[in-house]
Design a protein around this ligand. Structure first.
Ligand code: NDP
Length: 449
């Protein structure tokens, strides 16, 4: 029976691949989920009869649009904008916007697909979507970024709404970009519709803890994975890839919980600071000055900068990939395991290649996949929506406690699901199955949608 199901899944996967040519990251994300689902289909034959997998892999709607804008010299540029509204069985489409030159439909679809199951895992009423553009904010002036964001929203606004689709930030989209987009949405619609975007500034409808949420949440997840093994974060040596929003607040929470972070990176290189990263300096360079991390080593005599270095070569006990997809390969995973790494918590989306995931699972280290470990960002976005709807604003402590309990629950449900399906400690299986079953049941209940 199980073998037949595996063959059935392989056939469905090949159909999805053929239907979405050239979208490698999307194929990878679909394959990873499908590989976990064999036992679920044995238990729930109605999911097969009702073609839930075929339906859940097809976005409800995909929007692609032109984004023209003028730079400071008056030259016109044309970028491409995307919004993939993947699944609304559990609630409004929810998921971030990414501005990065590598963005194309395959990236947005992989992120949207992952988001559907991640959002289901939070237990909150949110569906999944993702969007963005191949625009590169790096090296652009504030005025250029503003004109781009205004042009992007001039098309996107018609597809959004408190009860329809609520984007947030992602790579290249932080408070500045969200501010420009919210301002344009407000002008066009003449509505102060706070709930239409999350990750807003605290002064204009944002939630405390949203900035910190993805990084903090990923650390809470790692704390729970270690606790399940009767271990703790205190005194552990950690490395974090990236130095953007997720990385900075991962470092902050690791330090608060007594761990030592000795390295982080950007797409040009790695900094190593054996005494422990000086976070106020790193934040000043990245958040205030918007400069490269090489600047950190220039200002700190104990720190080393390794241009083009691989952060995973630095020995550590805990690794937290927090930059981008497929940044941690099979070779990197083997190096980490060899160097004594006992836990990996993914702040980024799909940062580990399938070969790397296999290495972690075979080594039986605590491996928390992004779908579960980085769900704290979107969960806090949902808390922001709750505050906006009730015209309320909660304290930092209250919101952080809510985030902590959501992450603790996600850990418990992925752990229990893995046990139920005979794979104790396998959070990949636990997260894929727990998220999928929730979405599948809602889709069945809603008819042929
Ligand atoms: P930021 O733009 O704030 O930071 C991204 C960081 O990753 C930067 O240090 C950047 O370096 C590095 N990076 C980006 N692309 C590459 C690349 N191709 N190669 C090497 N390094 C790269 O983004 P976020 O911190 O918001 O997002 C990081 C990850 O976390 C992404 O995978 C995102 O999808 C995921 N995520 C984010 C959430 C959020 O709330 N922000 C929620 C859940 C997941 P450089 O400056 O050199 O480009």
């Amino acid at each position: 029976m199980a073998v037949a199901m595996t063959e059935k899944l392989e056939t469905v996967y090949q159909q999805i691949k053929a239907r979405n040519p050239g979208e490698d990251e999307f194929h990878q994300a679909v394959r990873e989920v499908l590989e976990s689902l064999g036992p679920v289909l044995v238990k729930h034959p109605e999911f097969v009869e009702q073609k839930i997998i075929e339906r859940v892999s097809e976005p409800e709607r995909q929007i692609i649009f032109r984004v023209p804008w003028q730079d400071d010299k008056g030259e016109i540029h044309i970028n491409r904008g995307f919004r993939v509204q993947f699944n609304s069985a559990l609630g409004v489409y929810k998921g971030g916007l990414r501005f990065h030159p590598s963005v194309y439909l395959g990236i947005i679809k992989f992120l949207g697909f992952e988001q559907v199951f991640k959002n289901a895992l939070t237990g909150m009423p949110i569906g999944g979507g993702k969007g963005g553009s191949d625009f590169d904010p790096k090296g652009k002036s504030d005025g250029e970024v503003m004109r781009f964001c205004q042009s992007f929203m001039t098309e996107l606004y018609r597809h959004l709404g408190e009860y329809t689709d609520v984007p947030a930030g992602d790579i290249g989209v932080g408070g500045r970009e969200l501010g420009y987009m919210f301002g344009q949405y407000k002008r066009i619609t003449n509505r102060y519709e706070s709930t239409v975007l999350t990750g807003k500034g605290v002064a204009w409808g944002g939630s405390l803890v949203r900035t910190e949420a993805t990084g903090y949440g990923a650390v809470f997840f790692v704390r729970e994975m270690l606790a399940a093994r009767k271990d703790a974060l205190e005194g552990k040596t950690c490395i974090v890839s990236g130095s953007g929003n997720v990385a900075l607040y991962t470092i902050e929470k690791l330090q608060q919980l007594g761990a030592k972070v000795i390295a982080c990176s950007d797409s040009n290189g790695v900094i190593v600071h054996e005494k422990g990263i000086d976070l106020p300096l790193l934040k000043q360079i990245k958040e205030v000055e918007r400069r490269r991390i090489s600047e950190y080593a220039a200002r700190h005599e104990d720190a080393k900068y390794l241009p083009g270095g691989d952060v995973w070569d630095i020995p550590c006990q805990i690794a937290m990939p927090s930059a981008t997809q497929n940044e941690l390969t099979g070779k990197d995973a083997r190096t980490l395991v060899k160097n004594g790494c006992i836990a990996v918590g993914e702040g980024a989306n799909m940062p580990t290649t399938p070969e790397g995931v296999k290495v972690f699972l075979e080594a039986k280290i605590a491996y928390g996949p992004g779908k579960a470990a980085n769900a704290g960002g979107v969960a806090t976005s949902a808390l922001e929506m709750q505050q906006n709807s009730s015209r309320d604003s909660w304290s930092f402590e209250h919101t952080e406690r809510r985030l902590d309990s959501i992450m603790t629950n996600i850990h418990a449900s992925t752990w229990e699901t893995a046990e139920e399906y005979g794979a104790p400690g396998n959070y990949v299986l636990g997260a894929n199955i727990a998220g999928f079953v929730r979405v599948a049941k809602a889709m069945l209940a809603l008819g042929c949608i």
